[in-house]
Design a protein around this ligand. Structure first.
Ligand code: ADP
Ligand code: MG
Length: 601
């Protein structure tokens, strides 16, 4: 190189490595590219074998059309593709994102073994690559179709390797991306194996069968068919019955022209159809497949993007809401309950959960009240909100006499001369010196419990309580992998369990967790979309503390006597943050005397 020449063209293998940075972010990206290629090759059976979450091995075997000896080599070149010929093709393709760079990228950052044979050829081809370098190319006897084995991913990009999360997290990403593809190609049979154990076996079938094979019979049996065909868009698939709706981790899938997408705006359209059918804080389940003219899509053709813009989103929105609403209506799922009404309805989480426990384990207390810590019959009254101010006041004072004294010391002096009462079994009112404080009882207690659990969590492992009758929880493969990531923290707070395939048998629970709540707690936590793989230990702790607090915090609908109200407010004042619940909701507000006087001038 002469002294005047400082600009050079980058060698191909460097260009490929740079491209790989975009296309191949983690082992899941390799799985996605290889499986999509197998589908494009017309495979009816695709078998995926993963070792160490893809660090050691990602192998995809298909029975598709295979490659000729020449094509097998060319396939690894940048911009080598049999799928597009002109730039226009990029926009007219139904499956998005072919650029002929996946294999070139993968081979630049790993070891790749390829075996492939076309049906019409007697002998197949076997290639061995080490980071874009073809080390061996020989004829081989093999079955028709193609096997890619990708080993030592990122062997020459240590920075990338360092970025990888835990094996559990990476495997979960693989599983998610696998499911997103498998849901679109039910007519293709799949198998997924991780570290020699089978994770999913999906026989060829219809969409419904596929959903059931992945998410289980409970989900499959509670789906309603959606089918709408307009000039602009064809919408088909399923929406879930209200029972499938969940606070966190509901199955929500949109696909457009055979590809998984995320679409917050359309999610809103579907959610609107469930208005007044499910409580506003639950998310409905849906598997909806859109087919539109590709010209209608403003696709960012980057192959790893899942966001897609539709040219006519505004017109599709109401169609989508109407389609889902009609489906629900046909199935007689109609708005029957008014969730906006106070208290009475969101009540029974605690009492009803207790009823479901068939044989109470020893030491079980049917009047468990996480608030007072002692049995209190008055604390579970869930009668409708009392009308009339005076009556409410009366009731409250009567309950004070009946109520057993709370175990927690109350300092009456602190509230001497103040008055406390409960409004609509939901809000606590404190008449102070300069105004009226209104407190959301659930949020307040959630904050108190959350901080207490976090404090307790810093100490020694929590006591655990053996269950006489173990509770069983069905876990999806994704939840199973998360479970192993969280097992340390779960054990620390008192959980013990055995696993048997996808079934988790809870044998012991945290001693402070009321009976019948372990199942919900685990399921909720493991399904939470905020519960991402690879969370820090402190984040896991906070997440678990919040879940526990949710299970134990008093709810709207739970009657409290004045002593209990005082105690709750006192403990709230001692919290690090008494303004907001750990979920971010405002806990209280004040109506000042000045305001009242002004209003009543
Ligand atoms: P693209 O999929 O965008 O065309 P890839 O780099 O993923 O680019 O693949 C390059 C080419 O290799 C494909 O166009 C196809 O011709 C061939 N190919 C890749 N995987 C397979 C397979 N499993 N079976 C047959 N041909 C394949
Ligand atoms: Mg491809």
């Amino acid at each position: 190189m002469s002294a005047n020449q400082t600009i050079q063209l980058l060698p191909d293998h460097v260009i490929n490595q740079i491209a790989a940075g975009e296309v191949i972010q983690r082992p899941a990206s390799v799985v996605k590219e290889l499986v999509e290629n197998a589908i494009d090759a017309g495979a009816t059976q695709i078998d995926i074998v993963i070792k160490d979450a893809g660090r050691t091995l990602i192998q995809v075997t298909d029975n598709g059309k295979g490659m000729s000896p020449e094509d097998a080599v060319t396939a690894f070149e940048r911009h080598a593709t049999s799928k597009i010929r002109t730039a226009d093709d990029l926009y007219s393709l139904h499956t998005m994102g072919f650029r002929g760079e996946a294999l070139a990228s993968i081979v630049s950052i790993s070891y790749v073994d390829l075996r492939t044979r076309r049906r019409e050829d007697e002998l197949g081809t076997q290639l061995h690559w080490i980071g874009s370098q073809l080390e061996a190319n020989e004829p081989v006897a093999c079955s028709a179709g193609t096997t890619f084995a990708v080993k030592n991913l990122f062997f020459n990009v240590p920075a990338r390797r360092k970025f990888l999360k835990s094996n559990e997290a990476e495997f979960r990403a693989i599983l998610n991306c696998f499911q997103q593809i498998a849901l679109v190609y039910p007519e293709t049979a799949f198998s997924l194996t991780h570290n020699d154990s089978p994770v999913l076996q999906l026989p060829a079938g219809g969409r419904h069968q596929r959903i059931e094979a992945i998410f289980g019979h409970k989900t499959g049996s509670q789906l309603l068919n959606v089918d709408v065909d307009t000039q602009l868009i064809k919408i088909s698939g399923y929406v879930g019955l209200p029972a499938l709706a969940q606070k966190r981790g509901a199955h929500q899938y949109f696909f457009v022209n055979g590809r998984y997408i995320q679409h917050p705006y359309f999610n809103k359209a579907v959610t609107m159809a469930y208005e007044k059918i499910i409580p506003a804080d639950l998310r409905p389940a849906y598997f909806l497949y859109f087919e539109v003219d590709p010209a209608e899509l403003d696709v960012n053709i980057h192959p790893t993007k899942t966001e897609v813009k539709f040219a006519q989103e505004q017109s599709i929105f109401p169609m989508l809401t109407a389609a889902v609403r009609e489906t629900l209506g046909k199935a007689n799922v109609a708005p029957s309950i008014d969730f906006d009404r106070e208290g009475a309805l969101d009540i029974p989480a605690m009492p009803s959960a207790v009823e479901f426990v068939q044989t109470p384990p020893s030491g079980y207390n049917p009047h468990y009240n996480p608030f007072s810590g002692s049995a209190s019959t008055s604390s579970y009254q869930s009668k409708p909100a009392t009308e009339g101010w005076d009556k409410l006041f009366e009731d409250t004072s009567k309950r004070v006499e009946e109520a057993p004294s709370p175990t927690l010391a109350v300092t009456p002096e602190a509230h001497d001369g103040y008055h406390h009462w409960q409004y609509k079994l939901k809000y606590l009112m404190e008449a102070g010196e300069d105004g009226l404080l209104i407190i959301d009882q659930h949020r307040a207690h959630l904050r108190i419990e959350y901080e207490r659990l976090l404090r307790d969590g810093e100490g020694a492992p929590a006591a655990s309580q053996q269950l006489l009758f173990p509770e069983e929880v069905e876990l999806t493969a994704a939840q199973q992998s998360l479970l192993s990531e969280w097992s340390g923290e779960l054990q620390r707070i008192g959980f013990r369990w055995e696993t048997d395939g996808g079934t988790l048998r809870i044998t012991a629970t945290p001693a402070t967790l009321p009976a019948g709540h372990a199942q919900t707690l685990l399921q909720e936590t493991l399904q939470d979309p905020d519960t991402t793989p690879g969370m820090l230990q402190t984040e896991i702790r906070q997440r678990l503390a919040l879940s526990m607090a949710r299970q134990t915090a008093i709810r709207a609908g739970q009657a409290l006597n004045e002593t209990q109200i005082c105690d709750l407010i006192n403990r709230l004042y001692q919290c690090d943050d008494c303004q907001y619940s750990p979920e971010g909701g405002k806990i209280s507000f004040r109506i000042s005397d000045a305001f009242m006087e002004n209003e009543l001038k």
